[in-house]
Structure formats: structure tokens, C-alpha cells
Design a protein around this ligand. Sequence first.
Ligand code: ADP
Length: 275
Amino acid sequence: MTFSIESSASSASASESSESRGAPLAPAIAVRDLDFAYPGGGDVLKGVGLSIQRGERVGLVGPSGAGKSTLLMHLNGLLPSDLPTEAEARVFIEGIPLCRRTVFQIRRCVGFLFQDPDDQLICPTVGEDVAYGPLNLGLSQQDVVRRVRRSLEQVELAGYEYRSTLQLSLGERKRAALAGVLACEPAILALDEPFSSLDPRARRTLTRILERCGCTMVIATHELDFVVQLCPRVIVLDRGQVVADGPTRTVLGDSALMEQHGLEVPLTLRLAAHE
Ligand code: ADP
């Protein structure tokens, strides 16, 4: 297999720098008093604060328009478009302030899966697409081929290297996009509505794949039953504010809280309550 994308030199990951300084392990993600408004719009995030430890899998839920995607995009510097200076930073990844100086280092550490895989898949074939990130990290051809193979196996698309990205089902496109993210071996995954528009089998496949990933994970989703299955902890966002943060079954099982914030107790918890 050959891939022909220009590669550039790699830089240290956030994780490597933090540990090499010998400092106690900082949280994977810390957000402190984060405000945000789109140009010409009202406030979308208002004083958001949260801390996520390494290896945690956290669901980010809330009604449409709550600010989930907007918050997620702050975790690897997709927003704000004018990145803060170090002194202004409000997002810290493994203790490193996310700012103009560190954004590329942080993007190596935080992999982002877009809701629509077509926003992510940019190459004609699956293999080239998955290779794109590793090539840009400056890895050798041999390492790139190894990572492509391993990532495709991880997402249950082994042997798809030469398939056209245009000739895949939506579930396969999502998994191919995820393989591209995983091929860069991020320590943290930020997933925006990974289950949306998938049929039940494709959702189960994706759940199985995510369960096997060892990374720290933040999953923004409306699919609360999958949060129950995948995430021991959930954060509820409403109107740009964190309104609840705690054990998934406790938070999502609180019918008054769910109703207050435009959500519903997930079916699995309702059924469990009647057993
Ligand atoms: P959620 O993911 O919880 O549905 P979003 O983060 O997508 O919420 O959106 C939060 C708010 O920001 C909504 O009111 C939405 O209309 C607005 N918004 C989202 N993207 C943009 C944008 N690119 N420009 C202006 N407003 C936006």
C-alpha cells in the first residue's frame, strides 16, 4: 500500500510534555469559567467549568441548542476562531493551556469526530483518508501503513483500504472517520453526536468500538441510552451552563431534572426502575 500525501515534522503531544516535566498528573480536560458567543449572536456558553480525569468516559447531554457542539469544539481549538493568549486560556488539556502557541500540540492530543463524517473524510479512498493524519505527524511509510491497518481493525473495517469513501454506508463512513482520528493515537476523543442517523445495528457496532477504546472520551449525544451503556459520568448542559454533573444513572434517572432541561429518563433506566 502506498500513500502520497506530503508529511511534516511531528511535535510533542500534550501528554508527553506534561509527564516529562515530572508534574503530578493534571486532569485530561479542565475548563474554567468559559464564556462564548458566535459573532453577532447571544451568549452560547456562560461560565462553563468542568474537569475530566484521564481515562474517564463522560456523556455530554442537553437539549438542542444547549451548546454541546460549541463546547466540544473548544476542546481542541476549533473554537474560538481567534484563539486566546496563554493568559486568557480557559481550556487546559493535560495541564497545558489551550492557546495560539499550543493549539497544534493540543490537536495531536485531542481527536475530534464530527457529527457528519462527510466533514471529515477528504480523500478518495479509506486507506488514504486514514493515513492522512499519521502522514502529517511525520511518521515513516511503514508506521503509517501499520497505523492504518490497526485503526481499520479497531473500527471493524479491516480490508477497506482501497474502498472509495463515497461508496460506504453512513455507519461505515462514521467508522472510517473514526479510524482516521484513532490513527493519530489521541489521548482524548471528543465525539459529536456519533450515533445520529445510524440504524440500531450500526449504533451497537459503534458502541462496541468505543467501549474498547482506552482513551479519555467526551461524547456529546442525544442518545441517552447509549450514555447509560458507555459513560459512568454525565454532564448536562442547558442554555450554555452546566446544570448537572455526576453518576450517569443518578443524573439521568432524575425525572424532574430531565424534564426541567428538556430531556427524558432513558428507556433502560425506566425499565430498570420497574424490575
Ligand atoms: P447543541 O450541540 O447543544 O445542539 P450548539 O452548540 O450546536 O448546540 O448550538 C448552540 C447555539 O449556538 C444554538 O443557539 C445555535 O443556533 C448557535 N450556533 C451554533 N453554531 C453557530 C454558528 N456557526 N454561528 C452562529 N450561531 C451558532
